[in-house]
Design a binder for this molecule. Structure first.
Ligand SMILES: [Zn+2]
Length: 180
């Protein structure tokens, strides 16, 4: 089957015609492959611990354009990635923390997406054949997608809920949010 590069994440995907997400813009083959990865994760609770990392990694590799919905989505998923990777957030606690983050989402600003989105994409996850390999690849994917945004790490850390943020002393160049 003929493949082509997704213009957003840079992964190689089957060249297909089909739907894409409303604001996480991608090649149709990329969106279809992500759908297969999600279907696998929904089919078995063994994937629960990495499912949110999958969603986050995909979202930050497909930031779309500069509209409000994209800005909030990218910021939300970068914040969650930061909390999973730097603050050992567990899947069980993720919802409560993100509800808190959702309260000040209107303060998020556009972050210019990196030119290189990392070497791992959902194509690499889709290729795995065991639960363990899938989970391991998702963790690597999440890490490399987070690293791709390193220019904005300080800004993203400044958007973390206060009790997480206090653990970072750097970030002088980042603008903090004044909450109501
Ligand atoms: Zn893509």
């Amino acid at each position: 089957m003929k493949t082509s590069k997704c213009f957003s994440c840079g992964g190689e995907f089957p060249e297909t015609v089909g739907p894409v997400h409303a604001y996480m813009k991608s090649a149709p083959g990329c969106w279809a492959t992500y759908g297969e990865v999600l279907a696998r994760e929904y089919s078995d609770p063994a994937y629960f611990s990495v499912h949110r990392l999958t969603v986050d990694a995909y979202a930050v590799q497909h930031p779309g354009s500069k509209d409000r919905q994209s800005i909030q989505s990218v910021a939300f998923h970068l914040i969650r990635l930061c909390m999973f990777l730097e603050h050992d957030l567990t899947a069980e606690k993720a919802n409560d923390l993100m509800l808190e983050v959702g309260k000040y989402k209107s303060a998020f600003t556009w972050l210019s997406p990196p030119a290189f989105m990392g070497a791992i994409t959902c194509a690499d996850v889709e290729r795995t054949t065991t639960v363990e390999a899938h989970k391991q690849r998702v963790r690597e994917w999440a890490r490399s997608s987070w690293d791709a945004w390193s220019l904005h790490h300080d800004q993203i850390r400044s958007w973390l809920p206060a009790r997480q943020r206090s653990r970072h002393s750097s970030g002088a160049s980042a603008t903090s949010i004044v909450r109501p």
